[in-house]
Design a protein around this ligand. Structure first.
Ligand SMILES: Cc1cc2nc3c(=O)[nH]c(=O)nc-3n(C[C@H](O)[C@H](O)[C@H](O)COP(=O)(O)OP(=O)(O)OC[C@H]3O[C@@H](n4cnc5c(N)ncnc54)[C@H](O)[C@@H]3O)c2cc1C
Length: 456
């Protein structure tokens, strides 16, 4: 549902013919579960380090079916937790190292796409985050101060005046903004499909229509047979809870998106985004948008309900109330959108760890590796994850294998019904905080306390 209904699916120039499933029991050196960015970047860099490795990827649906094929296409340097969250837990040097590694990652995605001939519409225009009420303006200047005091000028995060912000995005009620050059836009599905084709052409085996049931020491047990391998990589992000023994590891949160028809030049004169800057405002309940290569607006936001017991289902990708609200927010930002058709509505699940701290690691003794928990910031982060996992598995450590997210273990989520109450309670709290801030212009203390509580 979310997959076939997306703008990306309609514009990927792909027949999505499924690859054959696992033919029965096989042996490999590395078995990867999940053919999204995480699994495929891992395969890509592993293969580059050692061409002789036998790498098998098993995918329940088809490559790119998950969040990697449906996302907002911000190839950004955002990383969960933020610099202040990392500095609090691991120190300032660690926060600077993560910023640098993320900057490299978003450049690396563009470099590989070019080098491998993947036409992913990569364009680096940066991100403008608008402040549209006083509380958001206070937050904008605090964010810039905080980032500068922690990581110096690494982020090049600037505070824009009202005039400068409006020059980038001609949105309503703009009071100012932050701007960072560290973001590119991509066509997410073309990127992941291109990557799958690329690793396959170099000898990686991708088995689609193959469901992993359990990840054991030295083996992935699937519905089509068993892949025996020295190392098994879990790259299932928002779907992880469906694996045996992993139910409380990552919560699947749904993020939903809409897209407009291609907009004419007159509409763009009223919108701006001339360099295809990604855009958001500084509300707590995240929204995100991009100007696509074919001149549409693709726009998304969180706020869809969490489903009991961490279930994921195709019908959760659509939510009339949330999709309608997204349209309202987009029209509120750029009123000219009202005159144009919304052509696509879709969504997908992203993965959230209990402490909102992404992680990557290898437990050599148990032969299990993993990466994820990107909390909706996985486009560039998964590239860093893939490079890191490849180095860990190949036993060739380097600077990136010393980053503080390597080997980080998030604690398990609470059992139900506490999990359901906590996640949906947090969602409502942030929505109310945004409404209160829009009314009063005063920063909502509850939202700040919530962010602190989850260590963000
Ligand atoms: C609507 C939306 C918008 C987003 N916008 C952005 C954005 O703009 N920028 C950004 O940085 N991030 C964004 N994200 C997050 C980003 O897309 C993800 O963090 C990233 O794609 C995760 O990649 P992945 O490979 O780890 O997971 P996925 O792409 O979800 O891949 C996991 C794969 O595992 C497969 N799988 C699951 N279970 C099994 C099993 N048992 N056996 C075999 N295979 C299995 C799935 O079918 C899937 O293909 C967004 C996410 C969503 C949903």
């Amino acid at each position: 549902m979310g997959f076939e209904n997306s703008l990306w699916h309609d514009t990927a120039d792909d027949d999505f013919a499924p690859r054959p499933p696992l033919p029965g029991d096989i042996e490999a050196d590395v078995a990867i579960v999940g053919a999204g960015y995480t699994g495929l970047w891992t395969a890509y860099y592993l293969q580059a380090l050692n061409r002789r490795l036998r790498i098998a990827v098993v995918e329940r649906e088809i490559a790119g079916f998950g969040a990697s094929g449906r996302n907002g296409g911000w190839c950004s340097a955002l990383f969960p937790p933020t610099s202040s969250g990392i500095a609090r837990r691991h120190g300032r040097d660690a926060a600077v190292a993560v910023r640098r590694a993320m900057h490299e990652s978003l450049v690396e995605v563009g470099r590989v796409a070019r080098a491998e001939g993947i036409e992913a519409h990569y364009a680096r225009g940066g991100t403008v985050s608008l402040a549209r009420n006083d509380a958001q303006l206070i937050r904008a200047s605090r964010l810039v101060e905080e980032e500068q005091s922690l990581t110096g000028n690494a982020e090049r995060l600037e505070l824009l005046s009202k005039q400068d912000a409006q020059a980038v995005a001609h949105a309503t009620r703009v009071l100012g903004a932050t701007y960072t050059p560290h973001c590119a836009v991509v066509h997410p599905l073309k990127l992941v499909r291109g990557l799958a084709g690329c690793v396959e052409a170099r000898g990686v085996s991708i088995f689609e229509g193959t469901t992993a049931l359990a990840l054991n020491h030295g083996a992935v047990v699937t519905d089509r047979g068993t892949v025996r391998a020295e190392v098994v990589v879990r790259a299932t992000e928002g779907y992880t809870a469906s694996l045996r023994g992993q139910r409380r590891r990552l919560v699947p949160l749904y993020s939903l998106m809409i897209a407009t028809e291609p907009l004419p030049a007159e509409a763009w004169a009223q919108i701006g985004l001339a360099r295809r800057e990604t855009f958001a405002d500084l509300r707590h309940m995240r929204i995100y948008g991009q100007r696509t290569a074919d001149d549409r607006l693709a726009f998304g936001g969180r706020g869809a309900p969490y489903h009991f017991s961490s279930r994921t289902r195709p019908d959760f990708d659509r939510n009339g109330r949330v999709h309608a609200a997204l349209r309202e927010v987009l029209v509120d930002l750029f009123p000219v959108v009202r005159e144009h058709r919304i052509t696509h509505e879709w969504g997908g699940a992203l993965g959230v760890p209990r402490d909102w701290h992404a992680s990557v690691g290898l437990d050599r003794r148990r032969g299990l590796a993993w990466a994820g928990g990107y909390v909706g910031d996985g486009v560039a982060t998964s590239n860093l994850a893939g490079r890191t996992l490849a180095q860990l598995i190949a036993g060739e450590p380097g600077e990136i294998t010393r980053l503080p997210w390597v080997g980080h273990r998030s604690r398990a989520w609470e059992p139900e019904p506490l999990r359901w109450l906590g996640v949906n309670g947090g969602r409502l709290l942030l929505t109310h905080a945004d409404r209160a801030e829009a009314r009063s212009g005063k920063p909502a203390r509850s939202a700040r306390a919530f962010a602190r509580m989850i260590g963000y």
